[in-house]
Design a protein around this ligand. Structure first.
Ligand code: CA
Ligand code: CA
Length: 361
């Protein structure tokens, strides 16, 4: 009985207090104060708020800048809004791109055509632009700054490294070099390769017999090598093991990994020939550097962009006219080599000449 009595006392006390409290004010509704503008050259312009593509009551909303990254915070968007980032409130440099997901960096570009940024978001957000790496991101209001994708090679020319090979069909056939494996070759798994070189990149497309390639269960990788006679000079370099002209100066050694249904990117290391001139043997000296390539593909087909300026930084710039060869390996043995030839009495190993490539400038 004593406990019940205590509760009764407590309850009556609470009731007394409530009666004494003044009635609380209704919770104030947050008033939207608009984007937080800065003083940089970059602004956001579009259908949002009072922008109306620069001709609305407010016009451009100017981004703040910090360490080369531009941001416009506290922006109210509705789902139908679209916008661009532009420089100096002019259209010479105006970035658009395809929004991916909240907080994730996405690529932007200044190319003609294509859609404005259409986030399809309804709410208040911070809009980020990273000009140096041509990326943008949209994050929740006052959310963490986005993490930018590494600024690796950004092939922006004729070929996009995306595992979609339709761009290769659009190349001028007089500007490409191609090689097809001989059906009697001793290392037949690489079936064909196409090379296209512009001033900034060397692009490679190749096909291999997917049924002959197993991703090794322990490491799940398949070695793929790119051998380049970077100086185009047949009297320097070596590696007569795989090509009759034995003039390779520079090697990219990397792996193609399965990544779900796709084959992941190609991120090789580099070596230079350290054997005798026009000699043979696995004689390579490791070179410093990273970010030489980007690659993408599906089982049996793959495309790579080789960044010429990153290669040049190792001391082996790729000449306008150069030659190239490839192998794909299993258990560290070449099972496919291109170019190749059918073995014969004079050429029992079936060695071919490296593939000559002339840069399209
Ligand atoms: Ca492509
Ligand atoms: Ca050479």
């Amino acid at each position: 009985m004593a406990i019940a009595a205590m509760f009764a006392v407590a309850c009556s006390k609470d009731d007394d207090n409530k009666k004494d409290d003044p009635k609380p004010d209704p919770k104030p509704v947050d008033e939207y104060t608009g984007p937080v503008e800065g003083t940089s050259e970059w602004s956001v312009v579009g259908t949002l708020l009072e922008s109306n593509w620069g001709s609305g009551a407010h016009g451009d909303y100017v981004c703040a800048e910090s360490d080369g990254v531009f941001v416009l915070k506290n922006v109210k968007l509705v789902a139908t809004d679209e916008f661009k980032f532009r420089q100096n409130k002019a259209w010479d440099n105006a970035y658009k791109g395809v929004f991916a997901s909240l907080g994730a960096a996405f690529d932007v570009d200044n190319e003609p055509g294509g859609d404005n940024i259409k986030p399809g978001l309804d709410g208040i957000y911070d809009l980020y632009l990273n000009v140096a790496s041509a990326q943008a991101a949209i994050v929740a209001k006052d959310g963490a700054a986005p993490s930018w994708k590494p600024a690796g090679p950004q092939p922006s020319g004729a070929i996009t490294i995306d595992g979609d090979f339709s761009d290769w069909a659009a190349l001028d056939p007089t500007k490409i070099s191609e090689t097809y494996g001989d059906e009697d070759a001793t290392h037949p798994v690489l079936e064909m390769a196409v090379v296209y070189a512009d001033a900034n990149y060397v692009y490679v497309y190749f096909e291999y017999d997917a049924e002959s390639i197993e991703h090794e269960p322990d490491v799940e990788h398949v070695p793929f090598h790119i051998y380049i006679n970077t100086d185009g000079d047949a009297t320097t370099g070596g590696f007569g093991d795989q090509w009759a002209d034995a003039c390779i100066d520079f090697l990219l050694e990397g792996f193609i990994y399965p990544d779900g249904a796709e084959i992941g990117s190609y991120d090789p290391g580099a070596c230079s020939w350290s054997g005798e001139v026009n000699g043979s043997g696995w004689k390579w000296a490791e070179l410093a550097g990273e970010g030489f390539c980007e690659g993408a593909g599906v089982e049996g087909k793959y495309e790579i962009a080789i960044n010429r300026s990153v290669v040049a930084a190792t001391g082996f710039p790729i000449a306008d006219t150069f030659s190239i060869g490839f192998d794909i390996q299993q258990g560290w043995n070449s099972v496919g080599i291109l170019p190749n030839e059918a073995p014969s009495e004079e050429n029992p190993a079936g060695l071919g000449m490296t593939l000559e490539v002339v840069t399209d400038k």
